[in-house]
Design a protein around this ligand. Structure first.
Ligand code: PMP
Length: 399
């Protein structure tokens, strides 16, 4: 009997925090007015958006709030970043990215190639890390844009954005530097006036940080050459057309305020739980590989490969126990292709299909982690008994 759902898929989405929900509700009900309307009632949602913009700006290091553009999601922000730069500067036709970006960057880069751009996809090593020398060599006189993610959604591996953006600007201040910070916003400090001052564009999504789905941000540093992606309206100072998702924007502002108040202490607690999970599973499961373990990575994520079995089969069995996790990226589930991230890391074939991602969050408890520790090794052992590859490898008697 399932007593409780254990949600360990926070890199896919997070629940809306109760405080966030409370803050947004009035803008779905009595304060429903269009913030662009002329009557005085419409001033209230307009002011609420101004406040939300300052709350977001404050979490990014107290930057000027005029640089925050509200979008529909991180996917839109990433599309805006790449296509917006291409349209603003057609003379430069070279883009640098990595092989492990989220599809909302990778697919957009492929579309950019079809529109005549040349794209360098930087490889990563077995731990998911970039080689800085490769990066330096990739920059060219016609490079328009560098777009590299802050943390990988599948493995949690961090790219050194401070260093990469500094190198970019030292090489050529006219190259635009974009980072997809969807997995780090609200979890790691990002100071756009300090260590991250060389970043020109930064994307993230509300629903990865305890706000609802359907709202995102593109930070656009003042003076950056970029055109709008959505046109047909004056909203967001002419940078993103379409009536604003006021309730979502208010919610995102509140989520940023909450993240500022609780993130350091909470991040340490989550990190300890993740380490406890990894250490226990490593002890109890033979042939278990933790992908990206040697790299700097997010403290909430663990990506495990169980050699010789299928990730989907593990997910199914976990789900039977009320445990929600993910194999590869949630965005690619439905396809049985192995993860492009693990493939780029050259994870061996026997481990590629057996990968599981647990991503912890604000409401994850020690009891929930203990429950996973109690059931996961049994699931792996059962599936391996049924696996011809495992039996071949270990010469274990077949069932
Ligand atoms: N970038 C990264 C790194 C992500 O993890 C995600 C969501 N999985 C996105 C972009 C896209 O976010 P959204 O679905 O909110 O557009």
């Amino acid at each position: 009997m399932r007593s409780e759902t254990i949600y360990l898929d926070h890199n896919a989405t997070t629940p809306v925090a109760p405080e966030v929900y409370e803050a947004m509700v009035p803008y779905l009900t009595r304060e429903f007015f269009n913030p662009s309307s002329m009557y005085s009632e419409a001033q209230r949602p307009a002011h609420a958006m101004t406040k939300a913009r300052s709350q977001v700006a404050s979490l990014l290091g107290d930057i000027g709030a005029d640089q925050i553009v509200f979008t529909g999601c991180a996917t839109e922000s990433n599309n805006h970043a790449v296509f917006g730069c291409m349209r603003a500067n057609p003379k430069r036709r070279h883009v640098v990215t990595s092989a492990v970006e989220h599809p909302s960057v990778l697919e957009v880069c492929r579309a950019a190639e079809r529109e005549g751009c040349e794209v360098t996809y930087l490889p990563v090593n077995g731990q998911g890390m970039l080689d800085i020398r490769d990066f330096v060599r990739s920059l060219r006189p016609d490079t328009l844009l560098v777009t590299l993610m802050h943390a990988n959604n599948e493995t949690g591996v961090l790219f050194p954005i401070e260093e990469l953006s500094r190198i970019t600007k030292e090489t050529d201040p006219n190259i635009v530097f974009h980072t997809d910070a969807t997995q780090t916003m609200g979890k790691l400090p990002i100071d756009l006036l300090g260590a991250y001052a060389h970043v020109d564009l930064l994307s993230f999504s509300g629903h990865k940080m305890y706000a609802p789905k359907g709202v995102g941000v593109l930070y656009i540093k003042r003076g950056t050459r970029i055109r709008p992606f959505l046109v047909g309206g004056h909203q967001e100072n002419g940078r993103r057309a379409g009536t604003e998702n006021v309730a979502g924007i208010v919610a995102l502002g509140k989520a940023c305020e909450l993240a500022q108040a609780i993130s350091a202490e909470d991040a340490a607690r989550i990190h300890r739980l993740r380490d406890r999970l990894e250490n226990s599973l490593e002890e109890s499961i033979p042939c278990l590989q933790i992908n990206g373990k040697q790299a700097p990575r997010m403290g909430n994520t663990t990506n495990l490969s169980c050699h010789y079995i299928e990730g989907e089969a593990i997910l199914y069995q976990l789900s039977e126990q009320g445990i929600c996790a993910s194999s590869g990226s949630a965005c690619t589930s439905g396809s049985l292709d192995p993860s492009h991230v693990l493939k780029a890391m050259q994870i061996p074939f026997t481990a590629l299909h057996g990968s599981i991602r647990f991503s912890l969050g604000r409401y994850t408890t020690a009891e929930q982690i203990e429950r996973v520790i109690a059931v996961f090794p049994g699931i792996v052992a059962r599936l391996r008994r049924l696996s011809p590859y495992w039996n071949q490898e270990t010469n274990a008697p077949k069932e």
